[in-house]
Design a binder for this molecule. Structure first.
Ligand code: TYM
Length: 351
């Protein structure tokens, strides 16, 4: 059975991009895989160390997971900082990965801005912790939005370098599994994890600017639909979304130079679980004065129940905390089993 891991940071409001690009996929993968879904609170510290309400934000992401349909009994839901092995493996990966690899990450370059010398060391090492999250459970599949693709490639590079640097010890301890690397079959301890990216909603763009991704940090609230927005707010934001004056085309090619139009079609497709091509078949030749209200109705129909369920679950703080505690205990057992082996592979004295 595939083992799925993914994480969401507990900072800022969850928006439609997070939902369609990630959480909706988390829900779908539950039927076919064992899943571990993590609120990555340690990652949030890389941008800013002190938050007023990190604990409540952690609970709120958890409530969003549960409200969207993640089953915390069949699968594991927890917050990262409870399982200290994440930080332990990240340290080891800091010693496996190279500074040059981290310097090349576009997210680091974007977030650090011009004053790179002044960015936190944690922000630079962010992908190392992310690789640790995934490889601590030797996850085989990671559902994420398009913006995380580069980090998942780095995760594979770290796994491969670890497997290669310690190949003799891995073979000697008999803890490796056979895997295919290009043409070669090698024996490694960490799997080369597959990203699960794709579909019409892997990269949802800002409603105000089709060249920027929808993001928690955009100063304009009109740029995104938050999972907690009420029906009127959702409709208003879609009505005000930037578009062009043309009608919708009948073929995908017709969206090529129309990023805002393409984004709205992608959102419709993601919510309705259709392809963009099928959305165009339905709306070919229609103006936005017709398409936008249809999209608003669909968005309200799909998102309003999640928002109200999120509110209901959030009111029961003891329940949310119990889910995270139970999930943390179960994740901790798996994590420690991996770390025991990793410490043996490296030759750290334990026992
Ligand atoms: P985060 O918290 O920024 O975002 C959570 C998920 O939402 C996806 N996403 C989007 N998808 C489509 N369109 C958008 N506009 C959009 N914006 C965000 C993200 O791709 C992500 O899947 N580094 C990760 C958290 C993380 C993680 C991990 C993920 C930490 N450890 C291990 C997977 C596995 C992040 O910052 O996601």
């Amino acid at each position: 059975k595939p083992l799925v891991f993914s994480g969401v940071q507990p900072t800022g409001n969850l928006h439609l991009g997070n939902y369609l690009g990630a959480i909706k996929k988390f829900v779908a993968l539950q039927d076919t895989s064992d899943c571990i879904y993590c609120v990555v609170d340690l990652h949030s510290l890389t941008a800013q160390l002190v938050y007023e309400d990190l604990a409540d934000q952690t609970r709120s992401i958890t409530a969003a997971f549960l409200a969207s349909g993640i089953d915390p009994k069949k699968h594991i839901v927890f917050n990262q900082s409870r399982v200290m092995q994440h930080a332990e493996l990240a340290w080891i990966f800091n010693c496996v990965a190279r500074i040059g690899w981290m310097n090349r990450m576009t997210q680091f370059k974007d977030k650090a801005g011009k004053d790179r010398e002044n960015a936190s060391l944690g922000l630079l090492a962010y992908p190392s912790l992310m690789a640790a999250d995934i490889l601590l459970y030797r996850a085989t599949h990671v559902p994420v939005g398009e913006d995380q693709k580069q980090h998942l490639e780095l995760t594979r590079d770290i796994a491969q370098k670890f497997n290669n640097d310690f190949s003799d010890r891995i073979a000697g301890l008999g803890v490796g599994v056979e895997m295919q690397v290009g043409e070669e079959t090698v024996n490694g301890y960490f799997p080369l994890t597959e990203p699960v990216i794709g579909g019409p909603a892997a990269r949802i763009m800002s409603l105000r600017d089709g060249s920027k991704k929808m993001s928690k940090s955009d100063p304009s609230d009109l740029s995104r639909i938050n999972l907690t927005d009420d029906a009127d707010t959702i409709s208003k934001k879609i009505r005000k979304a930037k578009t062009d004056p043309e009608a919708l085309p009948s073929e995908l090619d017709g969206l090529a130079a129309r990023p805002e139009a393409e984004n709205l079609v992608g959102i419709y497709a993601g919510l309705a679980e259709m392809s963009k091509a099928d959305v165009l078949k339905e709306f070919a030749g229609q103006q936005f004065s017709v398409f936008k209200p249809a999209l608003a109705d669909l968005a309200v129909e799909k998102l309003a129940p999640i928002a109200s369920e999120m509110r209901r679950i959030s009111d029961d703080r003891a329940y949310v905390d119990a889910v995270l505690k139970d999930g943390g205990e179960r994740a901790g057992v798996l994590a420690e089993a991996t770390m025991k082996t990793v410490r043996d592979i490296i030759g750290l004295l334990q026992g």
